[in-house]
Design a protein around this ligand. Structure first.
Ligand SMILES: Nc1nc2c(ncn2[C@@H]2O[C@H](COP(=O)(O)OP(=O)(O)OP(=O)(O)O)[C@@H](O)[C@H]2O)c(=O)[nH]1
Ligand SMILES: [Mg+2]
Length: 582
């Protein structure tokens, strides 16, 4: 089977592998004049970015993969360059995406069509500290390897350097750069992947040092590429493309620097700079369009959410590190048929399914994208709207792969993202999954048994699932807080939110607004606090949000076997929501 690498390279003159969806700028990089031409030009001008001149860069043998030169190789493409610039500009203007299947397929006579692109991994171990989530360099590189594998690359080697701090010019020291060149030569790697996001300056300097034949990639670009491969819905695709554009914007300089370097004097001078400005403007325009399209798609999605809000049923959100087993759990509980596989980021788009609790009450389970340490900020920003659906949840199930050696660090990483999303205070049940895969399951079960709000399960074998549902039932009742509020009509969305996330006992429409008696998640109850102050004086209705009322949440209204939703209507809404938003 032909392994397809759709990696979006930061640099490189060729993309050997086919791409399902390649953003225009990545394509533009492949249109650059051939490597040797760029290197020759680079040598003619002192660098402004680390190396005094090309000759200052470590001189090491460069890897070659034996591939034929591209059609516009070795300076031969100079006359076509202008046309290609124009076509890039046109493509950006029209928002066209390139599909390089025809450009790249089957070109690699050295490794053969069946071969996967070979990559070499590079990390930094900071002497003073592990990274902030407690991931050591070995674990982090191991994870980077899994990411590379998920993207369709073959890892042929790795290295790391102990440093006081990351080298601001080249990420690693110059001696290590030389080592990497040798390793690239020895292993036949064509891509070097760095375990952190490289700054645009680090990228430029490393490109010069490692040579144009070697494609550079960093953790962020790799994750963005996996997301790009996996996004299935229109919203997912738009979000990923926006994140990729944000990543590319400050890195545009590289594309045009060869024009600057050949300027010397005369008419070409400044052309690169102008092109960068043009490109930036075009890319920003494209990003604005993406944001507008996203707004449209989200309005569409909101319609379904609003309709779902009419059915007051608690939502339980599955959150956790990527590959923790969230989708497997959802499938076991509901037969949802969500893709679950031993790859990172198998799930990108949220899926919601109904689950019946003991006693017959229905709740909704939402499976969503997994988190990872060093999660790219661009992705958090782009996926914020999707992730914020977690805020609707009455309860979070934090699913942990307890058999993973880095489980504690993964828990920290997930907690950090939850904090960033402002949902760190939502009631949470800790679900220790994959207990069947632990070396000593009995010990793990015993430890879990001693901990607060922790359940040991195996989503795969079904162990512990009945207990999990009991615990969810109890936790939902526990974590609801009784409120009695008057909500002005102008703040009608709060009524929706109460319906969506809580259990409503009564809702009456009066002259001043909607008077609601309900049990709602503590976080929402706290947000309703100021409302009570605003309404109490007017009509004398008090909103009672004290945590002491939590116990009352398990009252008859929540325990009478129904959350007040119409099952048929709910199923219909869920089915409607599953329709791909295209
Ligand atoms: N041994 C064992 N494997 C499990 C268990 N649960 C899930 N897995 C495996 O773990 C891998 C990842 O499972 P998923 O359900 O896709 O994980 P996820 O959390 O949804 O992952 P993302 O969607 O990438 O965030 C799959 O190969 C599952 O078969 C379990 O309880 N025991
Ligand atoms: Mg999943």
């Amino acid at each position: 089977m032909l392994m397809r690498c759709t990696i979006t390279p930061i640099s490189g003159v060729r993309c050997p592998a086919a791409s399902v969806h390649r953003p225009p700028l990545a394509t533009a990089r492949r249109l650059q004049p051939a490597a040797s031409g760029v290197r020759r030009l680079a040598a003619s001008k002192g660098g402004d970015d680390g190396w005094l001149s090309w000759d200052d860069a470590p001189e090491m043998p460069r890897a070659t993969n034996g591939a034929p030169a591209p059609a516009n190789g070795d300076g031969a493409g100079e006359t076509e360059w202008g046309d290609e610039v124009q076509s890039l500009a046109d493509s950006l203007r029209s928002g066209q995406s390139f599909d390089s299947d025809t450009e790249g397929a089957g070109w690699d006579p050295y490794f053969g069509e069946e071969a996967r692109e070979r990559c070499f991994l590079v990390g930094v171990a900071l002497k003073q500290q592990k990274n902030k989530h407690g991931y050591g360099v070995h674990e982090s590189l191991e994870e980077l390897g899994r990411l590379a594998d998920t993207a369709g690359l073959e890892v042929v080697g790795q290295t790391y350097q102990m440093l006081d701090e990351v080298n601001p010019r080249t990420y690693i020291g110059s001696g290590k750069v030389r080592e990497i060149m040798a390793a690239v030569e020895n292993t036949g790697a064509t891509t070097v992947i760095f375990d952190d996001e490289l700054s645009p300056g680090q990228l430029r300097n490393l490109e010069r040092a490692l040579g144009e034949e070697v494609r550079l990639c960093d953790r962020t670009a790799l994750i963005l590429d996996i997301f790009s491969q996996r996004a299935a819905t229109r919203e997912g695709k738009l979000q990923v493309e926006l994140a990729q554009s944000e990543y590319q914007l400050p890195r545009l300089t590289r594309m045009w620097s060869h024009l600057e370097r050949q300027s010397g004097s005369g008419q070409v001078k400044g052309m690169g700079e102008k092109q960068i400005e043009v490109d930036r403007r075009l890319l920003k325009g494209r990003m604005a369009r993406l944001r507008r399209d996203l707004d449209d798609v989200r309005t569409h999605r909101q319609t379904y959410r609003d309709r779902r809000a009419a059915a007051p049923i608690p939502v339980v959100a599955l959150v956790g590190y990527t590959n923790a087993g969230k989708s497997t759990l959802l499938n076991s509980l509901t037969g949802a048929g969500v893709l679950a596989e031993d790859k990172l980021f198998a799930t990108l788009d949220p899926t919601t399914r109904r689950v019946e609790l003991p006693g017959g009450k229905g709740i909704l389970f939402t499976d969503t994208v997994g988190f990872i340490q060093k999660l790219p900020t661009q992705l958090v920003a782009a996926f914020r709207a999707t992730l914020e659906e977690i805020r609707d949840a009455a309860l979070l199930l934090h699913v942990v792969d307890v058999s993973h050696p880095s489980a504690p660090a993964q828990i920290d990483a997930v907690n950090q993202v939850l904090e960033e999303l402002g949902v760190g205070n939502l009631p949470t049940l800790h679900v220790w999954n994959k207990v069947d895969a632990c070396a000593d399951p009995d010990v793990v079960r015993a430890v879990a048994g001693r901990r607060e709000a922790t359940v040991c399960i195996s989503g795969l074998t079904g162990e512990g699932l009945p207990d999990l549902l009991e615990r969810i039932s109890a936790k939902l009742a526990d974590s609801m807080v009784g409120v009695h509020v008057l909500i002005p009509y102008a703040q009608g969305e709060l009524v929706d939110e109460i319906h969506r996330t809580g259990v409503v006992s009564s809702a009456e429409f009066g002259a001043a607004g909607t008077e609601v008696r309900a049990h709602v998640p503590l976080a929402l109850a706290q947000r309703l606090g100021p409302l009570r102050a605003a309404t109490a004086g007017v009509v004398g209705v008090a909103a009672h949000v004290a945590a002491a009322e939590a116990a009352a949440a398990a009252d008859a209204s929540a325990a009478d076997g129904s959350w007040g939703c119409d099952d048929e209507e709910l199923e219909r809404l869920l089915a409607a929501e599953e329709v791909p938003l295209s």
